[in-house]
Design a protein around this ligand. Structure first.
Ligand code: PAF
Length: 297
């Protein structure tokens, strides 16, 4: 732990979370919230740092949400390290870790039997890209985020741009449901060779780990290409796919140039328009996603 480490409370129920936060709200202090699924890394640490720097009390939630895993995905092997996570939260100055059970978040049981039983609509922005590859994923994210935000009450909530489409889904939810939450998007944190930090990186073997930075190289090349006058979306997407597939020996799930608000192909992009470039692919046991912002030339 660093010198920033201080005592931290670990709570497991919504009632105990409220017992911590009610006096904070009553005193007019600000609350920061960093929702996570644990296995915390430098990317999460940067979100905690951003929250601690701009709010009075930071809460980190650690909850592996079964509802957002599509059948056949890595729910059972998702990395877990609650002791290490709590130590990291304390070292970065968080005041509370909220680590609920599945029952605490879904008191009536998981609406898994029919994902249709989930009640929250993640919106149109959830449809393309990840929504097409993992059809029920954002339904599960919307459900858990709504429950976590309800438990938290008014706060600033910090999300990494690494999960850019998730960030836009959360922004949609907050606007649609008039939630008293200020959503703050924070830059992706990368390892020295450009690979974005992800809890799933631990599933990469040595060879996969050595080749995985090709995702970021492809995104950077694409960002340079769209900045040129006369760029062509399909050609840029094809170049990204080719670069990644040369290392991967398999197809990418997608390599896309989109409008950052809709996550759809930009309609009639003009020079100076903001774009988002996103890629996703399976690297051995790990499914990796990454993205960067770009400006049209
Ligand atoms: O990004 C994540 O870790 C999860 O999707 C989140 C936002 C904590 C919801 O379970």
């Amino acid at each position: 732990m660093t010198s920033a480490a201080k005592s931290i409370s670990v709570v497991n129920t919504v009632a105990n979370l409220a017992a911590h936060l009610d006096p904070v709200h009553a005193d007019g202090l600000t609350v920061g919230f960093v929702p996570t699924m644990g296995a915390l890394h430098d990317g999460h640490a940067s979100l905690i740092d951003a929250s601690v720097a701009s709010t009075d009390v930071t809460v980190v939630s650690i909850f592996v949400n079964p509802l957002q895993f599509v059948p056949g995905e890595d729910l059972n092997v998702y990395p877990r390290d609650i002791d290490g996570d709590v130590a990291r939260c304390a070292a970065h100055g968080a005041a509370v870790v909220f680590a609920p059970s599945v029952n605490a978040i879904y008191p009536k049981g998981l609406p898994l039997e029919g994902i249709d039983a989930a009640k929250i609509d993640p919106g149109e922005v959830a449809q393309p890209l990840e929504g097409r590859e993992r059809p029920t994923h954002f339904i599960g994210v919307a459900e858990v985020i709504t429950r976590l935000f309800t438990a938290m009450g008014p706060c600033r909530a910090f999300f990494g741009e690494k999960d850019f489409q998730q960030l836009q889904v959360v922004r949609h939810l907050v606007a649609e449901l008039n939630m008293p939450i200020a959503v703050v998007g924070c830059p992706t944190v990368r390892e020295s060779d450009g690979l974005a930090w992800s809890s799933r990186n631990v599933h990469l073997n040595d060879r996969e780990r050595a080749t995985a930075p090709v995702l970021y190289r492809a995104l950077q090349a694409a960002a340079a290409a769209v900045a040129e006058p006369g760029w062509d979306r399909m050609a840029v997407e094809a170049t990204m796919s080719t670069m990644i597939e040369a290392e991967l020996a398999g197809p990418v799930d997608y390599a896309a140039v989109v409008d950052p608000l809709t996550l759809l192909p930009p309609e009639d992009p003009r020079p100076g328009d903001e774009l988002r470039l996103l890629v996703a692919c399976q690297f051995g046991e790990a499914r990796l996603i990454d993205n960067v912002g770009a400006v049209a030339g």
